[in-house]
Ligand binder design. Structure first.
Ligand SMILES: *Cc1c(COP(=O)(O)O)cnc(C)c1O
Length: 224
């Protein structure tokens, strides 16, 4: 087995164990493999293992990889998206997890309509409340989502958030808990994905109710 396949297996085992602890079915937790900075060869390794969800942070990088890999997988956008990249984003991505402003949502809606598509989106919430992080403020999230209801061509499928980087991963749990409780307040049709947890904290995120984890480093190693 390749190192990447080995690492992937380890991550999947940990997801299963955490799911069991959380009292949920492991199959209900979606693993999204974060492929930013990784080569096509590295990505092929995880695709060979049956991975069907990959995530990128930059539109341009995703476009060039999409040209090689195509739509045999579901493409997730998890980085900050500039309004002027909405058109290209609609062409590549199946789920934009990083909707953080009304302007962006409006532009995605317009571009999706023009392309004759319906784009699934998540609203990114700034649960860490760090200035330099993107995302809607937790206290403004529910009003924000209500405003999106008028936009055709995009469908809100849930929430995405990132905990702050903390020495003890257990300390991330209150942040995840806050996102979970916001998610619980959404109308049922929008409570599809609760995207939280990355390499350093996915086990804690699952214990707090995550059903979508986004993992890169634990599978491919440190990014250069
Ligand atoms: C890079 C990134 C990840 C993956 O981080 P790892 O620590 O490599 O697992 C997850 N979510 C977002 C939003 C990211 O930008």
């Amino acid at each position: 087995m390749s190192l990447i396949a080995d690492n992937l297996k380890n991550v999947q085992d940990k997801i299963s164990k955490s799911a069991q602890k959380a009292g949920v079915n492991a199959e209900e937790i979606e693993l999204v493999v974060v492929t930013k900075t990784r080569t096509i060869e590295e990505i092929d390794d995880v695709l060979d293992c049956g991975i069907n969800n990959i995530a990128e942070n930059y539109v341009q990088e995703a476009q060039s990889k999409f040209a090689e890999i195509g739509n045999i997988v579901k493409w997730h956008m998890i980085g900050h998206l500039q309004t002027n990249k909405a058109k290209q984003a609609v062409e590549v991505f199946d789920l934009v997890q990083s909707v953080d402003s009304f302007d962006l949502a409006q532009e995605l809606s317009k571009r999706a309509l023009a392309a004759g598509k319906t784009l699934d989106v998540l609203v990114e919430v700034n649960i860490s409340r760090e200035e330099q992080k993107f995302g809607v403020k937790p206290e403004e999230t529910l009003d924000f989502i209500e405003k999106l209801a008028d936009l055709e061509g995009i469908v809100v499928m849930g929430l995405m958030g990132m905990a702050p980087l903390l020495d003890n991963p257990e300390d991330t749990r209150p942040y995840f808990r806050e996102l979970r409780s916001l998610w619980e307040k959404l109308p049922e049709e929008q409570r599809v994905y609760l995207s939280m947890g990355m390499t350093c904290d996915f086990e804690q995120a699952i214990l707090e109710g995550s059903n979508m984890v986004r993992i890169g480093t634990a599978i491919f190693g440190q990014r250069k």
